[in-house]
Ligand binder design. Sequence first.
Ligand code: PLP
Length: 500
Amino acid sequence: MSARLNPDEWFTGGASVGDLQRTLATAGHRRLFQRAIEHASAFRDRVADRPPRPLISAAELQARFDGPTPEVGEEPLAVIDALNSAAEPGLAGCTGPRFFGWVIGASQPVGVAADMLTSAWGQNAGAYACSPAAAMAEKIAARWLLDMLRLPADSSVGFVTGATMASCVCLAAARNAVLAQVGWDVEADGLQGAPPVRVFVGEDAHVTVHAALRYLGFGSRAVRIPADTQGRMDAPALRAALDQGSGPAIVIAQAGQMNTGEFDPVADLARTCRRHGAWLHVDGAFGLWARTVPELAELTAGLEEASSWSVDGHKWLQLPYDSGFAIVRDAAAHRRAMSITASYLPPAGEGEYEPGQLVPELSRRARGFAVWAQLRALGRHGIADLVRRHCALARRVARRLATEPGVTVLNAVPLNQVIVTFGTGTVEECNTLTQATVAQLQDDNICLAGGAQWRRHFVLRLSLIAGPLLEADADRLTSAVLAAWRRVRSHARRRQAVVV
Ligand SMILES: Cc1ncc(COP(=O)(O)O)c(C=O)c1O
């Protein structure tokens, strides 16, 4: 063994050397990885039969993880077993067919397997020099993504943790670029004393867009543009708002409203933005994948005209967490906003690619491997089939729910999201019944979905997005919702407390 590989050279404490030697002797990486794969496979084998909502209390779960600060290292196989048994009862069933909460993809096996390799390879994707393979996987996956999403081919793509960070990156590029138009160099001079930037956001924008604006120094004062009953930004209202002033401006639209699944009229908004020299960003966390489906062309029309887009990999692309893409038409503006230079980071050579210049982190996970693998495994047609299937199933669920007395589907279901209220009385009475129905559904734990506020209504929100769902899965969801509602309704009737 060379001196550098001799564990005696790594530690000075005798106990640590002993621990490490025991580790190497009793559990080499092969046995450890195999054990992890056994646990992972056992979890996946059972996930369809598990209650989708974990039943364990926080106190019980804490007790499983808790213990004194480790002083002496333990046998690694035992540690992996202990991790598995501590975590197992607290794991949600989001990779299974009974999970319809939030907007969560199913971490499909190919992406997971690629992600396991990514961890085992242990690459730092901060620079080409650190890991040429990680950089090249991102370069090619970025090209495929742009092609599949039908976005301008010379846009830049930053592989980030999710749509929140993607919006943050895109809006940083936006902020700097619109200020550069009026002669202000944010990269050199920062923001203090900069000309004001006008920011316009639809009233039903996702909360993470507002978070991104806060991170970037815009505070919470973006102008909120009214939206219609389905959450679509009112294009004439945006025109009027932009006409009221002048100067650098950013408009944030959305493709796929979290509750209704609706799209802002982006083609119209893009025309207005062009007239005002405004940057148009689109939050398309899940909805942007609708671009892969020809039948949804009308819904997604004009999206290619925006200046930047954020989209998740861990939603409709079914990649394991975490994965998102910050896509910017003006690649130079993107790079200027994010670049990090240092003497020890050699610039990219001929044919090389620097993924780290498009994201906020220096050291970073090599997310491109899983993206590359998943895009190959599904292909353009596979992704389109998945999106198409989820949308059809959402319509099926909505249709069936709507035939039940007292159930109202509030959205037009243009995509995969369905929002539902229960009851026929006042809004307040319906909100009470809907809350009770969501609680009953979660107690029954046959299928999992949650509640949300939509305008004045408390709604049950169903997201059909996880994995290869079948009609039987959608029908089980419908039955579970109806069973919960019928229980709540008969209880309410017995109490005669509210109109049902
Ligand atoms: C429309 C929209 N934008 C942004 C986000 C945030 O995405 P992430 O949690 O992946 O950062 C979501 C999450 O559901 C979303 O639906």
